[in-house]
Design a binder for this molecule. Structure first.
Ligand code: PLP
Length: 417
């Protein structure tokens, strides 16, 4: 195959050229850039006395008020995320922390509809759509759950596989990032959401951990809709099946936003009963800051439009480099996300670790190969997660070109045997 040898030699030369540039770039984590964080600077202005009074006329500087979070803020997020305000509980700065609490409480106390705490089950398991979010998998692993991978299809998880696994009573939960999934960017189809809501679960207390982290993070003019899991589970007679989560970590300030839990009346009562032992209340001043700054759902969407102006060109730069270097070669497939924070690339099987090593040697830090799989081990060694939001546009352009070269080189090496 003379072409292969020529391609390999040319790509090796391109790689050496890229390496010689001596770059030092980090594309490992989906973090907002400093420019994105600055969009929320107004929120950090000191709050005067007037600003610390809630809609109910209460002083947000003091204890008291609803454990559930300020009603005006629940109404704002409810409208933006398509959730009833009553179904929402506001937490502090991290939705991941709320997921952690739900898992720990489920293990120690059990959940509505359950016969006993999850810790009394012999070998409880979570269904994990792959590729997925490493911190979800790590959290379930931390508490000893077995992690059961199921493939994503581009429109949500392979539902035949999910239904088969969920029929087992030891399967207690499932991770879902239903909109602009991390990292594939896909949104679950209406059919997938309906089947998740309606399927027969072996465990009476099975829970969908429905992490709508990227609900308002659109990269196009289209606000991709998502079927309402709370409506569909209720209609299917499984009202308590979904624990929903979200946060403003990538709306306002990462790690300093407002997180939320949303669910059925029984689950909200369960959550509040546990939360009330843990805290007197969440940070109402931060909730008010968000209210004053975002104002209403349209204000929130307008703010997200400003994020898109900053990060859209970075996604375009990565997609253009992938297309330029790898289009039509059969050496990679990649997602073209319409929202969220990531581009997912499937390289030639058996080469993802090599791509990460090549990129590292050329000064580009990538998410470790396998991170998107339970246990950090991708059986195909194929998936790569690219996170273009944090570096500057010129850096993203340079890194994307280099990454595409590394993917091509590793793939050609493999083909060449
Ligand atoms: N859920 C998903 C899918 C994420 O990608 C992230 C952050 O990358 C989080 C949750 C973390 O959110 P938070 O800052 O609210 O804990």
């Amino acid at each position: 195959m003379p072409d292969l040898h020529a391609d390999l030699a040319r790509t090796r030369a391109d790689y050496e050229g890229f390496k010689a540039r001596g770059l030092k770039l980090d594309m490992t984590r989906g973090k907002p850039s400093p420019e994105q964080l600055s969009l929320s600077d107004a929120m950090l202005l000191p709050q005067g006395n007037r600003d610390t009074t809630t809609a109910a006329g209460e002083d947000a500087r003091n204890y008291g008020g609803a454990l559930q979070g300020l009603p005006e803020v629940r109404a704002l997020f409810g409208e933006a995320l398509g959730l009833p305000a009553d179904a929402i509980v506001l937490g502090n700065n991290s939705s991941l922390a709320l997921m952690h609490d739900c898992i720990v409480w489920a293990l120690l106390k059990g959940v509505p509809g359950g016969e006993r705490p999850w810790s009394r089950e012999a070998s409880p398991a979570f269904i994990c759509p792959v590729p997925g979010y490493d911190r979800h998998f790590g959290l379930a692993e931390e508490f000893g759950f077995r992690l059961l991978p199921v493939p994503l299809t581009g429109q949500g998880p392979d539902m035949d596989a999910v239904e088969a696994l969920a029929a087992d009573p030891s399967v207690k939960g499932m991770w879902c990032v239903p909109r602009y999934s991390n990292p594939t960017g896909e949104t679950y189809s209406d059919d997938a959401v309906r089947r998740l809501a309606a399927m027969k679960a072996g465990a009476p207390d099975f829970r969908l951990f429905w992490d709508d982290a990227y609900a308002v993070h659109h990269l196009t003019d289209r606000r991709t809709p998502l079927a309402s899991i709370l409506d569909l589970t209720r209609e299917a007679g499984h009202s308590d099946r979904a624990f929903c989560f979200g946060s403003t970590s990538k709306v306002t300030l990462a790690g300093a936003g407002v997180a939320l839990f949303a669910s059925s009346p029984a689950n909200v009562a369960w959550f509040l009963a546990r939360a009330g032992r843990r805290t007197i209340g969440s940070d109402k001043l931060n909730q008010l800051r968000h209210m004053r700054f975002l104002r209403d759902a349209e204000g929130l969407h307008a703010h997200m439009g400003r994020h898109r102006d900053l990060i859209g060109p970075k996604f375009d730069a990565v997609l253009a480099a992938l297309e330029r270097r790898l289009g039509g070669t059969g050496l990679a497939r990649w997602s073209r996300p319409e929202g969220g924070y990531f581009i997912s690339v499937d390289a030639v099987p058996g080469t993802a670790s090599r791509v990460v090593a090549l990129a590292k040697a050329a000064g580009v830090a990538l998410t470790p190969a396998g991170a998107t799989w339970p246990g950090g081990a991708d059986p195909e060694d194929a998936n790569l997660r690219l996170a273009p939001t944090f570096p500057k546009l010129a850096e993203v352009e340079a890194a994307a070109e280099g990454i595409a070269i590394c993917i091509a080189l590793a793939g050609l090496e493999k083909r060449g045997g």
